[in-house]
Design a protein around this ligand. Sequence first.
Ligand SMILES: CC(=O)SCCNC(=O)CCNC(=O)[C@H](O)C(C)(C)COP(=O)(O)OP(=O)(O)OC[C@H]1O[C@@H](n2cnc3c(N)ncnc32)[C@H](O)[C@@H]1OP(=O)(O)O
Length: 389
Amino acid sequence: MTDIRVLTDEAQYRAHSTLFRRAMHWGPPSDEQWPVVLPSYEPGRVLAAFEGDEMVGTTQSFGGRMLVPGGALVPHTAVSRVGVRADYTRRGVLSALMREQLSTTPDPVATLRASEGRIYGRFGYGLAGRVRFLRIDASKAVVPGSPVGRVRMVDLDTADKLLPELHDAFGLDRPGEISRWPGWWARARDRKTEADNLVTVVHSGPDGDDGFVCYKVSEDKDFKHHMEVEDFAWANADAWRDLWIYLTRLDLIDTIEVDAALDDPLNWLFEDPRVVYTKDVYDQIWLRLVDVPRMLAARTYGAGEPVVIEVHDELLPANSGRYRISPDGAERVEAQPDLTIPVDLLGAVYLGDTRFSDLAATKRIEGSRFAEADALFAGSVAPLCSTFF
Ligand SMILES: CC(=O)SCCNC(=O)CCNC(=O)[C@H](O)C(C)(C)COP(=O)(O)OP(=O)(O)OC[C@H]1O[C@@H](n2cnc3c(N)ncnc32)[C@H](O)[C@@H]1OP(=O)(O)O
């Protein structure tokens, strides 16, 4: 019988970390790493599965806020460190952990990054946001014109103080973006120390600091220099453009790699749009609507005729029911549905990454009036979550 417990002390957190890391085929946290990892254990949010006295599975979450279409910030659970001991897999341990986590989380929405695509759909998570992995040929990347603001390099201590403030001020600019928690920043600082060539620059315009980028550069055996952009946020188009001018005019750089939203306009910034090459498109945000009525009410909708959707949720049956969606909002109704959809696919359309009409061909949603539902759920920008957890 699998017993799920909330862990409460440091020794248990360390055992949790070791178990998760072993499930990922990594070694346990070292004595040097542990002080940095410890602050990421939030009391009340750390779960483990036990068989008798033995810990056999883990999950935990970080509390924060997520931006939804229309601009509201909703309480959000960032699920992480899911692992089951290799000698206990495929016996329902993860299922027990997921049931407990979803039924006890205080937040109406949860997201995670999935190690494999087949794991989380059965628990009601839908693939809700994808990202483009770009490679830029920096040696040929020319941005016409001159910068209008100022870019300055900042040291580690300044970055430590400034970046959380700047991220809070303008980092949540697309549906799916989430706030960062103190443990996230502690880990980010540690990674900066480990990779001592990680550089942070801050942009300022007429109203003060309005953008930042963190990057590191490595050199290959042919003396080519490759930059990885690790973190990038901006408040306005001038900051975005100036920071790209700075990155592409740095000496010695041959290539730049960066994650970007599906609709990121970077190709059109350069004289030659082909200097930006999409290496990959991968799934990023897996989203679980924990409280469907609250989440449907939290976002705004586009113009068009109302549509009644019927939602099926086996794991959290209180969500199952019919909802009338109109430009004025969402409400629970008893009316006949126009279409039916499982909760994982409602998660997939929620942020605007996917459309009802695209899903219709999969036969996993049924009914009619998909185009009307598309118009209501359409977002003006593609979702993104630039905070890895
Ligand atoms: C958010 C994150 O942290 S992502 C990181 C996830 N962790 C990992 O990838 C680490 C390595 N893997 C593991 O630790 C485990 O295999 C887990 C967590 C993926 C699955 O744990 P388990 O306890 O084996 O899952 P459980 O027994 O509850 O399986 C439930 C169902 O999912 C299926 N399933 C579970 N994992 C997988 C998988 N990797 N691929 C395909 N199906 C899977 C099971 O077959 C089962 O199906 P069924 O209900 O039809 O019988």
